[in-house]
Design a protein around this ligand. Structure first.
Ligand SMILES: Nc1nc2c(ncn2[C@@H]2O[C@H](COP(=O)(O)OP(=O)(O)O)[C@@H](O)[C@H]2O)c(=O)[nH]1
Ligand SMILES: [Mg+2]
Length: 433
């Protein structure tokens, strides 16, 4: 992490020091940003896409009254990095009672440790948790997990002389029979060859139909993390990622790529070897830390208040992809009750409490759905086909019907904006507005 953090802090100080922020300095600063991200193992395509977006927005967006270009550029950089990491709305694993979680990942990535950490985390929140050892590959695996289960007060299932698939299936059944609320399956990471490993993961997933597949990713692994995550994702659609060893010297850039390639979100980070060293992942504070600016969040919030008033105009002029739609909803959901927001809009309809509740629940659901999309899907919604819908629904704990509904709402909103934009242009052509 340190390398990327230092590099980004340098970019930020460049933004702060430049005498004038114009097209040329923006380009120069972005070249520095690209260099730092590439050094931190973020994939070239992603780096390009990100810096293109920052540049586009920095040149296009109107300056909110009372703020400088410099501040706007910082805000955009912050927002694009947060977006890359899954956006601002927090998404817990969202586990139902009786949920089955499957941990996958390479040998040594920290699966077994993480299984115990998760068990500890959810046990402290009142769930009865069970651990299944589906690692029949490494000799000491059974004892290791059994001991950890004892340590965190979790139920345990494991035995010798069975295949990983049998173990997973038996384990889920046995633990559910013991009244466990949450089953966590620990798998083996090593195989003679990667193909075999991925095939085994797919077979386990088919056998137990997990509610959530979590990739355990070693933050120190760097460059290979992106292609790795992608390979696992193709075999078993990932719902979340847990990034381990974030307490060490890890650069973490690989995680950015893993997230962007799969659309899975980082749910937790591991920050030590002990069972209580697991933290829920929070993109805004992660990015603030990454950029070395504690005051950034406050700045961004102040700017948004001002922008909100000028928003419709800016939206009418710009592109309106799912990404913009998501940003809108995120800001709405942060501003508090829908009713309060509508009070700001002259002529908006009154909301009954029921309608309001339905509204904010829908927004939550839609945000979860969009959080399970990749950056590519968000910026080019037209590529979302049936199979992508399935993956997105699975990743967000919703249904394909929900995904379709969200896409329909997005299209309606876009159409409305276009119509509005045309009518305004028409009016101003006639000198009426
Ligand atoms: N410092 C640190 N070490 C970790 C973390 N998570 C796992 N480890 C260590 O990484 C090594 C491999 O972990 P293990 O859970 O056995 O990996 P597995 O092969 O994927 O099951 C062990 O020495 C763990 O103590 C973490 O978040 N921080
Ligand atoms: Mg293990």
């Amino acid at each position: 992490m340190e390398g990327l953090r230092r590099g980004l802090a340098r970019v930020v100080s460049l933004i702060r020091r430049e005498a004038l922020i114009d097209r040329r300095t923006i380009r120069r600063i972005l070249r520095e940003l690209q260099r730092e991200l590439l050094k931190a193992d973020v994939s070239p395509e992603l780096v390009l896409e990100l810096s293109k977006r920052v540049e586009e927005r920095a040149l296009k967006e109107e300056l909110p009254v009372g703020f400088s270009r410099r501040e706007l550029l910082l805000k955009i950089l912050y927002e694009e990095l947060v977006n890359l990491l899954g956006g601002e709305s927090k998404r817990e694993l969202g586990l139902k009672r009786g949920a089955v979680v499957l941990l996958v990942g390479l040998q040594g990535s920290g699966k077994t440790t993480t299984a115990a950490k998760l068990a500890y985390y959810y046990r402290k929140r009142g769930l009865k948790v069970g651990l299944v050892c589906a690692d029949n590959y490494r000799p000491g695996a059974l004892e290791q997990l059994e001991q950890l289960a004892k340590k965190v007060g979790a139920e345990f299932y494991g035995r010798r002389g069975a295949s990983a698939i049998e173990l997973a299936r038996e384990g889920v059944k046995a633990l559910k029979a013991r009244g466990v609320d949450l089953v966590i399956i620990d798998t083996a990471g090593r195989h003679k060859e990667e193909k075999g490993l991925l095939k085994e993961m797919r077979e386990i997933a088919e056998a137990v139909k997990p509610d959530e597949v979590i990739l355990v990713l070693d933050a120190t692994m760097g460059k290979r993390a992106g292609s790795h995550a992608e390979a696992f994702h193709k075999a078993v659609p990932l719902g979340s990622i847990i990034l381990t060893k974030m307490d060490g010297a890890a650069r973490g850039g690989g995680a950015l790529a893993a997230v962007a390639k799969t659309g899975a979100r980082i749910a937790f980070i591991g920050v030590g070897e002990d069972v209580d060293e697991l933290e829920p992942f929070d993109p805004p504070s992660f990015v603030s830390r990454l950029l070395g600016m504690g005051d950034l969040k406050a700045l961004v919030e102040r700017m948004r208040k001002v922008e909100l008033r000028a928003r419709p105009e800016a939206l009418l002029r710009g592109k309106f992809t799912l990404l913009e739609f998501k940003q809108q909803l995120e800001e709405l959901s942060k501003l508090g009750p829908l009713r309060k927001i509508l009070e700001l809009v002259p002529g908006a309809p009154q909301l009954t409490p029921e309608l309001e509740k339905a509204g904010s629940e829908n927004i939550k659901k839609w945000l979860a759905i969009m959080s399970s999309m990749t950056l590519e899907e968000l910026t080019r919604p037209e590529i979302i086909d049936k199979s992508r819908m399935l993956r997105i629904a699975k990743g967000s704990g919703t249904t394909v019907k929900d995904v379709r509904e969200l896409l329909a709402v997005y299209r309606r909103t876009r159409k409305l904006l276009r119509r509005l934009s045309r009518s305004r242009r028409g009016l101003s052509a006639l000198g009426l507005s």
